[in-house]
Design a protein around this ligand. Structure first.
Ligand code: PMP
Length: 424
């Protein structure tokens, strides 16, 4: 069945019911039957055009022609694996290494963020000889067995065990809105010191599932010092926030003047084609040489061609500059809405990775969870896709394809105003 002849929604839902596990829920509350996408827009079977403000995978736009062409062209030429020598692989690795600070020059290419984080932890363990890990409260790092145990978002959530495994140490979310101006790095340091020796600290350079939270100044630099003093490696999970999304920097850790020992990237890397990577130093990579490493699909010529097209697009279309400008435009507009509507307790973010937190009362900060879900529904009814996150699911997140326009930002702000004034 092609997108020219869409299957009726009822039938699709019946087939999902029959063939998909119930552990997978549908986005946006109501089923959206999407037939195609183009840049920042998704098109539904009934002809509705949705502005996509949540898909940070389609970084350079849904069905971006340059990416589509690179994929089709390479697929018709050669697709093999990394046991062979081909230009695409080495050129791509070199190109990513050029975006990273020295000495992060050795890359491992895999197929998903989960795989990459799993590999990063294995590398950290091989290098340090230690086993324990430190993670931030509320974090999600992937769906494999080990990563569920390293994801408080999961093990504390529905179906989870509740408490961390003995080798997992959880440090508080450095959330200056909810937690106030505390010395989060010192609290983290105490946890790390008690846990030593550790293999590493797995941390997002800007928190996503924990509630779209930029890390406070000096947090990461001081946390990294504690980790290194405890013998561990610092692993930056850039799966959500990398590839220029924060605007001013290619990698979100750069804002903090630190150089991680390992960087993990994924989601936007292949603009929807499954690609992820771990980059580290030659010295650390050397500790991981004993056991053979091979990923069947990771780094194949088609993936490399796609990855290269994504990087070319970011650079040639000035998407980081665009993220900075549009992010600022969003921030100004959201702050105006915050002045008008007391339900908006906080507005935060960098570039096109933004969040605004809804509270019932600014004093008590009671999370407006239900209202946040309703606002997302209201916006969906106005053909704008948003979603919620954070431990209380009361943070509306904005992380659209980076090809957004000023007009999209202005339309969103005016529709948010309309929704907030009419229904909340
Ligand atoms: N790290 C972070 C920060 C993520 O948000 C995700 C996915 N949401 C992952 C890792 C796992 O990536 P994947 O779903 O590609 O396995």
């Amino acid at each position: 069945m092609t997108s020219d002849t869409p299957t009726p929604l009822d039938e699709l839902l019946r087939l999902r019911e029959a063939h998909l596990g119930k552990a997978l829920s549908i986005a946006h509350g109501k089923p959206l039957h999407i037939t195609h996408g183009s840049m920042q827009y998704l098109y539904a079977a009934d002809g509705t055009r949705y502005l996509d403000l949540v898909n940070n995978v389609s970084h350079v736009g849904h069905s971006n022609p340059r990416v589509t062409h690179a994929c089709a062209h390479q697929m018709g030429l050669l697709n093999t694996n990394t046991r062979y020598v081909y230009e695409g692989l080495t050129e791509y690795l070199g190109r990513i290494a050029d975006t990273l600070p020295e000495p992060l020059s050795v890359g491992f290419l895999v197929n998903s963020g989960s795989e990459a984080n799993e590999l990063a932890v294995r590398i950290a363990r091989a290098h340090t000889g230690a086993h324990d890990m430190v993670v931030v409260e509320g974090a999600y790092h992937g769906h494999t067995g080990m990563l569920i145990e390293l994801s408080p978002y999961k093990f504390r959530g529905p179906g989870g065990k509740g408490e961390p495994e003995p080798w997992v140490h959880v440090t508080p979310i450095p959330d200056t809105y909810r937690g106030g101006e505390r010395d989060y790095a010192a609290e983290m340091g105490e946890i790390v010191t008690n846990a030593a020796p550790i293999a590493g600290f797995l941390v997002e350079s800007m928190l996503s599932c924990a509630g779209q939270i930029p890390l406070p100044p000096d947090y990461l630099s001081s946390a990294f010092e504690h980790v290194r003093a405890a013998g561990g490696l610092c692993i930056a999970d850039e799966v959500q926030v990398g590839f220029g999304r924060v605007g001013s920097y290619m990698w979100a850790f750069e804002e903090h003047g630190v150089v991680p020992d390992i960087v993990v990237m994924g989601k936007p890397m292949g603009n929807g084609h499954p690609m992820a990577a771990v980059f580290t130093t030659p010295e650390i990579a050397a500790s991981f040489e004993e056991m053979e490493f091979f990923s069947t699909f990771g780094g194949n010529p088609v993936s490399c061609a796609i990855g290269m097209a994504v990087l070319d697009t970011i650079e040639e279309d000035g998407l980081m500059q665009r993220a900075t400008e549009l992010g600022e435009r969003f921030m100004v507009g959201l702050r105006e809405l915050q002045e008008r509507y007391s339900i908006i307790g906080d507005v935060r973010g960098r570039g096109l990775f933004l969040g605004f937190e809804l509270v019932r009362d600014r004093e008590t900060q009671e999370p407006a969870t239900h209202e946040a879900a309703r606002l997302v529904d209201e916006m969906c009814a106005r053909n704008v896709l948003l979603s919620t996150d954070g431990p209380h699911h009361n943070v509306i997140k904005i992380k659209p394809p980076m090809v957004l326009s000023k007009g999209d930002v202005d339309t969103t702000l005016s529709l948010l105003n309309e929704s907030l004034s009419q229904s909340l």
